[in-house]
Design a protein around this ligand. Structure first.
Ligand code: F0G
Length: 459
């Protein structure tokens, strides 16, 4: 009986279901055209399986819903704030908490406090909103992720790692006084949900400590990163996800969090820091941009759901099933020959559009094209993470990222294994007719974060 495989399975059962609308090919064609071939502009009603994002799309547990009923909707000093503060301290170890309406609210406040005009912010690959807030505050982002991260076929286990040499060179070139902090993301989103190792993080800590530079942690998907450390890094296989998460946070000085991902809520985020001075300024500034420092743009019930969600997110059983489902989908795509980013990341499958549609040049938006074709095929909604998402530089030129990807992001605790089969089959059938697919032309481009609202026409 040695050959029996022991599968992961969900550590929950389903109590309520949401019915979905099934669409015909002609309905989808009409919907896609009206949406300007941008999956962000589709009505969610017209979508069968929604893989646009894992952000705010999780299913909350019965306990979280019960927590919503315990909302203390006070303008100041809500009980739920103090619960959240206690959980953040216990699970992540950060001293001071500022709730915000979501991750970018925290990024805005933090960037305004720490960044001066002309500063440099090194980071392990950019994220769209994070970089934009750094730039709006007068800083310049510099990518210090290892080269392997830009190669979709390199199977290194920790493609979220920092290239220490790149970091040291930047410090030498600009001087530590020009670098307010190093921006470290766990589970690097734009690289395909790739983790950073504890070993590498400790090295980054050693270098930054020597120069008196802070590390600010984008901890949006820290538990998923901890899972890969537990599975793949030497010395961590017997450690719990909870202890690994806390260890990761301990090497950093503060964090911005979009709780809409790992923390299993539909809205919410926070800024957490260890430094009293930064906290004091943030507490002052949050009043201007988000709301009083004990609610930061959230209802009491939202903070309660977040506090409970954080606890659930660091359970070993939860994270094993969560990432297990993503890996199931990725392996299925690999079986069909669909080119995806390897190793399989934590929050979704990233299809390599340059390899999928090698006949479409980056100027004609291969990933945008592929996302629209997947929707037309099956009603599965995915997202472009390539030249459209990368936007333009300060001088107006396009960024041309090496990675031109379509992200199939898996919401937490929402879809079943049969849904995963349908998704892989759809990617495979579009792959079969890939040679007939032509690119897109951009006909409308907003100034900021253009991927959200840009419109396209088929060539
Ligand atoms: N940092 C990372 C790594 C993210 O993935 C996101 C959001 C944010 C910060 C901003 O947080 O949306 O709460 O304001 N990512 C979403 C996504 C939008 O689909 O990947 P937010």
């Amino acid at each position: 009986m040695k050959n029996i495989k022991h599968s992961w399975a969900e550590p929950y059962k389903i109590k309520m279901v949401e019915l979905l609308k099934m669409t015909s090919p002609s309905q989808r064609k009409k919907a896609m055209k009206e949406a300007g071939f941008n999956t962000f502009l589709l009505k969610s009603e017209d979508v069968y399986i929604d893989l646009l994002t894992d952000s705010g799309t999780s299913a909350m547990s019965d306990r979280q819903w019960a927590g919503m009923m315990m909302g203390d909707e006070a303008y100041a000093g809500s009980r739920n704030f103090y619960h959240l503060e206690e959980v953040v301290k216990d699970v992540y170890g950060y001293k001071y908490l500022i709730p915000t309406h979501q991750g970018r609210g925290a990024e805005n406040i933090l960037s305004k406090i720490l960044i001066k005009k002309g500063d440099i912010i090194p980071g392990n690959m950019y994220f769209t909103t994070t970089r934009l807030h750094q730039e709006l505050a007068g800083g310049k982002f510099e990518d210090i992720i290892i080269d392997e991260a830009h190669d979709s076929e390199n199977e290194f286990s920790f493609k979220g790692n920092v290239d220490i040499e790149k970091l040291e060179k930047l410090i030498k070139k600009h001087g530590a006084s020009k670098i307010p902090y190093v921006s470290i993301a766990t589970s690097v989103n734009m690289a395909g949900g790739q983790p950073i190792s504890i070993k590498n993080l400790k090295e980054v800590r050693a270098v930054t400590k020597k120069h008196g530079i802070r590390i600010i942690h984008d901890m949006t998907r820290v538990a998923e990163n901890a899972f890969f450390i537990q599975q793949k890094e030497k010395g961590f296989s017997n450690k719990s996800i909870k202890s690994i998460v806390k260890e990761i946070c301990s090497y950093t000085d503060g964090a911005t969090m979009s709780a809409k991902k790992d923390a299993l809520v539909n809205i919410g985020g926070f800024l957490a820091v260890n430094d009293w001075d930064v906290f004091e300024e943030a507490r002052n500034m949050v009043v201007v941009y988000e709301g009083l420092h004990t609610y930061g743009g959230l209802a009491g019930r939202d903070m309660e759901a977040m506090a409970i969600g954080i606890g659930e997110s660091v359970s070993d059983e939860h994270i094993k099933a969560r990432v297990g489902q993503v890996i199931y989908l990725g392996e299925k795509m690999i079986e069909y020959g669909v080119p995806i980013v390897k190793p399989i990341g934590g929050h979704g499958i990233f299809v390599d559009a340059k390899k999928f549609l090698p006949h479409i040049p980056q100027d004609l938006f291969p990933a945008q094209t592929l996302a629209s074709e997947i929707y037309l095929d099956s009603g599965v909604r995915t997202m472009e993470r390539g030249v459209v998402s990368a936007g333009r530089k300060a001088n107006g030129d396009n960024y041309y990222p090496k990675l031109e990807l379509v992200r199939f992001t898996i919401p937490r605790r929402v879809y079943t294994q049969a849904h995963m089969d349908v998704i892989a089959e759809s990617a495979a059938s579009v792959y079969e007719r890939r040679n007939k697919i032509k690119g897109l032309k951009m006909v409308y481009e907003p100034k900021y974060l253009r991927f959200f609202q840009a419109r396209f026409e088929q060539l």
